[in-house]
Design a protein around this ligand. Structure first.
Ligand code: NGQ
Ligand code: ZN
Length: 461
C-alpha cells in the first residue's frame, strides 16, 4: 500500500527488521484497529511522523506462560529432596498454586505482563489451569480466574491468547488426580463452556490439554472435536515429552513415545503447539516438523528444571517451526531466551552460530525472525512481524545507538552482549506505545500489588 493511505498511526524507523531482513528508512502506518497498512523501505521521513533512530524489531510473542509461577521465581532454588528434580520442584509449585486467590492472580499477572512488555514481548499465550477454589469447588463465576488474567493483560496492554487447560488425571491410564490438583480439574463440557464464555467476551481463545499424563484419550478427542466445531482455527497447546520419566511412562502405558502417540492419535497440524517436546527420536522429530506444528521451546525454564536440550538444529533442518515461551518465568527476557537456546546447541554440539541460516548469517537475526513467525503461528493471531495485515507490534532497541554498529550488530549485541544495559526502549502493541523510555506507566502500581500478593502466597502456601 502506498504511503498516502490514511492511517491513524505512523512511525518512521532508520533501521527495521522486516520478515526478509534488515531495511533502512522504513515508514510504518496502521489503521485504528492497530493493523499495519503500510510497511515501505527507502522513503524520506515524512514531516510530522515520529521517528526512531535505534533499531526497530517485530515484537516477540511469548508462547507459553503460567502467570502465577512468576510469584515464586527464584524461591525454589534450594534443596527440597535427596535429589532435586522437576518433580520435587512441582511439589513446591503445587504449594503456591494452592494459596492462589483471584486477587493475587490478577496482581501477579499484571506485574508479569508489564515485565514482558519491558523485555520485548508484545503478546502472550496463557496456559491457564488454576481454575477453581483450593478444594475444587467452582467459583460463583466459573470463569473468575480466567477473567482475572484477561483483566491483567488489558491493564498491561499486552496481546493475549487464552488457553484454558483441561486437566483430569495424575498420570497415564487415567490415574486419579491428587488432592493438590483438585483446583485444576474440569469436565470436557465444563472447559468448552469456559472457552465459549471467553470467546463471547472477545478474547482470542484456544485450548490446552495439559499433557498426555493429565488427559485421557477420550477426553482429548472430545475436547478437540468441541473446540474445532466452534472455531476451526483455534490453537491447541500441550506439554509433551519434557522429562525422560514421561517418555518412559508413556512407553509403559501405550508402547509408544509421547510425541509418536500424539501424532498418531490426534490431527496435529499448524494450529498446534507442542510445548517443550524435548525428548524426540529422529522419527518423531521429522514427523513433528512435517505436521506444521510449533515446538514451544522454553529455554530458561527447561534449564532451570533440568529437562534436557531440544535438538533445535536438527528440527530446523527438518523444516520445523519453533517459538519461545518463558513458562515458569525464572527469566522474563526475550533476548536471554534466544541466547540460552543457541548456547544449549553450542554446548552439546561444540560449535558456534548453530541456528544461523544461509538467509540470515547473523544468528540473532535468524532466531528473532523464526521466533516471531513460530510465536505468531502458536498464538493464532495476526502478529507475524512487520508486514501489511499484521498487527503493529514492535520494539525499539536503543542501546548501542551511537556505537558505530550496523543494525544487525546491534541486535546481536542485544542478544549476546548486553553487559547490563537495558536494550528495550519503547514498545508498541497494536500501534499503541505501552513502554516509553524503558518504563511502563503502570509499573510502580503493579509492583506494589505484586509484592503484597507474593507475601500472601508465601504466608499461605
Ligand atoms: C505446569 N510446568 O503445568 O506448570 C508444568 C509442571 C506438570 C512445566 N512443565 C506440571 N514446566 O507438567 O505436571
Ligand atoms: Zn508449562
Amino acid at each position: 500500500m502506498s504511503a498516502a493511505t490514511t492511517a491513524t498511526g505512523s512511525l518512521f524507523a532508520r533501521h527495521a527488521l522486516l520478515p526478509q531482513g534488515w531495511a533502512d528508512d522504513v515508514l510504518l502506518q496502521w489503521d485504528d484497529a492497530g493493523t499495519l497498512t503500510c510497511v515501505e523501505a527507502g522513503l524520506p521521513a515524512p514531516a510530522g511522523t515520529e521517528r526512531v533512530d535505534g533499531v526497530l524489531l517485530p515484537g516477540l510473542p511469548n508462547l507459553h506462560s503460567h502467570a502465577f509461577q512468576r510469584a515464586f521465581a527464584g524461591l525454589t532454588e534450594h534443596r527440597s529432596a535427596e535429589q532435586d528434580s522437576f518433580w520435587s520442584w512441582r511439589a513446591l509449585m503445587y504449594g503456591f498454586a494452592q494459596a492462589l486467590t483471584p486477587d493475587a492472580l490478577q496482581a501477579i499477572a499484571t506485574q508479569l505482563y508489564i515485565e514482558m512488555l519491558q523485555a520485548g514481548y508484545t503478546a502472550v499465550c496463557e496456559f491457564h489451569y488454576v481454575h477453581h477454589q483450593p478444594d475444587g469447588r467452582v467459583h460463583a463465576d466459573a470463569a473468575e480466574m480466567s477473567l482475572r488474567l484477561v483483566a491483567a493483560a488489558r491493564e498491561a496492554g499486552i496481546g493475549l491468547t487464552m488457553l484454558p487447560v483441561l486437566y483430569q488425571a495424575s498420570g497415564f491410564g487415567g490415574k486419579p488426580a491428587q488432592a493438590e490438583q483438585r483446583r485444576f480439574l474440569n469436565s470436557v463440557d465444563g472447559l468448552l463452556s469456559l472457552i465459549g464464555r471467553l470467546r463471547h467476551d472477545g478474547v482470542r481463545v484456544g485450548a490446552a490439554p495439559h499433557s498426555l499424563r493429565a488427559v485421557p484419550p477420550e477426553a482429548l478427542r472430545d475436547l478437540l472435536g468441541g473446540l474445532h466445531g466452534a472455531d476451526a482455527s483455534a490453537p491447541v497447546h500441550i506439554h509433551v515429552a519434557e522429562q525422560q520419566r514421561e517418555v518412559d511412562d508413556c512407553l509403559a502405558w501405550s508402547g509408544q513415545r509421547p510425541v509418536q502417540w500424539l501424532l498418531e492419535n490426534a490431527a496435529v497440524d499448524a494450529r498446534w503447539c507442542l510445548v517443550h517436546a524435548t525428548h524426540l527420536d529422529a522419527y518423531e522429530r521429522r514427523a513433528l516438523a512435517r505436521s506444521g506444528a510449533v515446538a514451544g521451546l522454553c529455554p530458561s525454564t527447561e534449564s532451570n528444571l533440568g529437562d534436557g536440550v531440544f535438538d533445535a538444529e536438527a528440527f530446523v533442518a527438518d523444516g520445523g517451526h519453533w517459538g519461545i515461551g518463558s513458562d515458569s518465568h525464572a527469566c522474563v527476557d526475550a533476548a536471554e531466551e534466544l541466547r540460552l537456546l543457541e548456547y544449549g546447541q553450542r554446548l552439546t554440539k561444540q560449535r558456534r552460530n548453530v541456528l544461523a541460516s544461509a538467509a540470515h548469517p547473523q544468528v540473532a537475526d535468524a532466531m528473532w525472525l523464526s521466533a516471531v513467525a513460530g510465536g505468531a503461528r502458536a498464538s493464532g493471531r495476526s502478529i507475524a512481524g512487520l508486514r501489511v495485515g499484521q498487527q503493529a507490534d514492535f520494539v525499539h532497541l536503543a542501546a548501542f545507538d551511537d556505537a558505530g554498529l550496523s543494525a544487525s550488530q546491534r541486535l546481536a549485541s542485544h542478544v549476546f552482549a548486553t553487559h547490563g544495559a537495558r536494550g528495550v526502549r519503547d514498545v508498541w502493541v497494536a500501534g499503541q506505545c505501552r513502554v516509553h523510555d524503558g518504563q511502563h506507566a503502570g509499573a510502580g502500581r503493579a509492583a506494589e500489588a505484586f509484592i503484597s500478593a507474593r507475601a500472601h502466597l508465601l504466608e499461605h502456601r
